[in-house]
Design a protein around this ligand. Structure first.
Ligand SMILES: *[C@@H]1O[C@H](CO)[C@@H](O)[C@H](O)[C@H]1NC(C)=O
Ligand SMILES: *[C@@H]1O[C@H](CO)[C@@H](O)[C@H](O)[C@H]1NC(C)=O
Ligand SMILES: *[C@@H]1O[C@H](CO)[C@@H](O)[C@H](O)[C@H]1NC(C)=O
Ligand SMILES: *[C@@H]1O[C@H](CO)[C@@H](O)[C@H](O)[C@H]1NC(C)=O
Length: 574
């Protein structure tokens, strides 16, 4: 019997690092659409997993039922803990390997109880798959999130306060007494970038007591659950300025940078009812004044701020004196901003969550260790390239993330229960995955470990706005975040999202120059924070250029982009 499953190709997409276009790299246009299909003898494998799985579940439920209830102390100390079962190990050692431990479904108080679980399964189930947050979020952050939720409930779409402010926006007049001010996030750029900018914009909303409203764009509703209780975060379709979103740019009349250029801010006595903030990688010196306290003082008075950005601009907020104390209180650990805000805000919809869970349970759950390898090649050719493969292997072998193979000696030394590693690779191209998979099929490992290589999709090129494509891309980022160790590519927002959600400090593959594998091939990241690719280099007080990567110990230049900025914790310096 020969049954084959054809796997549709999906690319590692949504990862348009638009900032790169700025660098005259002109890459994406040349990437040709390829229509590879790969066939895999999957049926048998899946059958095996299914049977093992069912067996495991049955035995497992028994073991849970028969087990002692968790101690009262645990339950009393934290009434929100639910006891869930953690299945770390595989099917071989059921009774002893299935560790029962309390899962904190509210992840350190970041989430609140009371949402309808079925409407968004990932919200409370993700704790079963991710490692817990480490370190824990500060109690101040938790209390600020609760305060934000109350504000959102008061001011969100179609509340009385919202209706009033929208009416004022229509009329162009507004009363100073309105309790609600807004920041509208305009859906813009690839999925990886959008995830990073949502987190930065939410942080800006927290810092300025604004309500975050999200332009649903083409596919946001299909990708993300509602993060706030009761009142939606999506901007209603009848929002008055909606038809203008697409056209907003640096030349727009309402663009704040443009107004500063024209001196129309200083001359006007009344602040406008809304402003457009252009924080896209191609922004200019006046647009960048957004990151100066003086301008923030003016922006405070404007009820509606509309932001278009493709960058994780958080690091520059940490350089502004007016936000310094608040940020210190919210985030005693500087490198956990995206980790906490991402886990708080970004819950995959049930469709996406199904993709995550089914893949995880089928290929990754039973391994002793999970290794994520995220490959993004910035080249005009689609590849695959030998130098990239060489670099991946050089990095993973040198850093002991994967075992070497024995090419001379074909004798299999059977070990009783070999340790297993599951490697999840993501790439637009299937070539690297096939080569690595074949290597571990054709030769035994020197350690006797069993290495399985998996790649969910390979769509050949990026398709930023295709729905199922972005659902799969989001699922892949999430799956990577469930790794125990992670290898990422330089400059890729896809990798930043995975490392941040997973709380992982990845090994970063240096960007190859001149189609040559760099030596050393990779380095460990200083922190799990994403890199801000287009930061301003300006000293607001002195009104002159300055290296903003040298001002404070916790804002440094990135490992993968010498002019980028990222947050690090002080004690992580080598
Ligand atoms: C199962 O695990 C226990 C403790 O971890 C170990 O003592 C035992 O040998 C294992 N059994 C098998 C069949 O691997
Ligand atoms: C706000 O306006 C919408 C229609 O635009 C209406 O359906 C809703 O009831 C209003 N909300 C309140 C609290 O009046
Ligand atoms: C900018 O300045 C020019 C010349 O002073 C003026 O004609 C124009 O209306 C101004 N634009 C805005 C948006 O204020
Ligand atoms: C890149 O490679 C070409 C040909 O191999 C060589 O002539 C050139 O000097 C190299 N450039 C750099 C920056 O190494």
């Amino acid at each position: 019997m020969k049954r084959l499953i054809t796997i549709r190709n999906v690319e590692e997409g949504g990862d348009t690092d638009d900032a790169l276009k700025n660098l005259n790299l002109n890459l994406s246009s040349d990437l040709e659409k390829k229509n590879n299909t790969t066939t895999l003898p999957l049926m048998r494998l899946m059958g095996f997993f299914l049977v093992s799985f069912m067996l495991f579940s049955v035995l497992f439920s028994l073991s849970v039922v028969l087990r002692d209830p968790p101690s009262d102390a645990v339950l009393e100390a934290s009434p929100t803990l639910t006891t869930t079962v953690f299945q770390q190990q595989g099917v071989n050692n059921i009774s002893s390997d299935s560790v029962e431990k309390p899962i904190d479904k509210l992840i350190g108080g970041l989430l609140i109880d009371g949402f309808d679980e079925r409407s968004c399964l990932s919200r409370y189930q993700s704790a079963n798959y991710h490692k817990g947050l480490s370190p824990k979020p500060s109690s101040y952050l938790v209390s600020r999130l609760r305060k934000y939720e109350a504000l959102h409930k008061q001011c969100g779409p179609y509340t009385e306060a919202y209706n009033k402010t929208v009416k004022e926006l229509r009329s162009g007049q507004f009363s100073k007494s309105s309790p609600c001010k807004y920041v509208v996030w305009i859906s813009f750029s690839g999925l990886g970038n959008r995830i990073l900018t949502l987190a930065s914009t939410f942080l800006y909303a927290l810092l300025t007591d604004r309500v975050l409203l999200v332009d649903p764009g083409v596919d946001m509703v299909d990708l993300f659950c509602e993060p706030f209780p009761e009142v939606s975060w999506f901007l209603p379709p009848d929002f008055p300025l909606k038809s203008q979103f697409h056209g907003f740019n640096q030349k727009s009349e309402q663009c704040y940078g443009k107004m500063l250029k024209n001196n129309s801010v200083a001359s006007s006595t009344l602040p406008p009812s809304f402003l457009y903030l252009h924080l896209v990688h191609d922004y200019d010196d006046e647009d960048k004044l957004f990151f100066c306290d003086e301008q923030q003082n003016f922006l405070k008075k404007v009820p509606w701020l509309l932001i278009k950005t493709d960058n994780y601009f958080t690091p520059s907020l940490f350089l502004m004196p007016s936000f310094e104390q608040e940020l210190k209180d919210l985030f005693p650990n500087k490198e956990t901003i995206f980790h906490f805000l991402g886990r708080y805000l970004l819950h995959p919809t049930n469709n996406v969550w199904g993709l995550v869970v089914r893949y995880y349970e089928s290929y990754l759950a039973n391994a002793n260790e999970r290794v994520g390898i995220q490959i993004r090649v910035f080249d005009t050719d689609p590849g695959p390239f030998q130098h990239v493969l060489d670099q991946i292997l050089a990095c993973t072998l040198k850093e002991n993330l994967l075992p070497d193979v024995n090419r001379e000696d074909d004798i299999v030394s059977p070990s009783e229960t070999p340790k297993s590693k599951a490697v999840l690779m993501t790439s637009l191209n299937a070539g690297y995955f096939e080569k690595v998979r074949d290597m571990y099929w054709e030769y035994p490992t020197v350690t006797g470990e069993v290495v399985g290589i998996y790649q969910p999709s390979h769509e050949g090129h990026q398709q930023s706005e295709k729905q199922i494509h972005n659902q799969k891309a989001w699922a892949e980022m999430y799956l990577l975040s469930l790794s125990d160790v992670l290898v990422t590519s330089s400059w890729s927002t896809f990798g930043y999202v995975a490392q941040g959600l997973g709380g992982l400090k990845p090994w970063i593959l240096y960007k190859p120059e001149n189609r040559t594998a760099p030596n050393p091939p990779c380095r460990r990241a200083m922190s799990m924070e994403p890199c801000f690719h287009a930061p301003p280099f300006y000293d607001c007080r002195a009104k002159r250029g300055i290296d903003t990567g040298e001002l404070v110990p916790h804002v440094r230049h990135c490992e993968d982009m010498s002019w980028g900025l990222k947050l690090v914790d002080r004690d992580n310096f080598d």
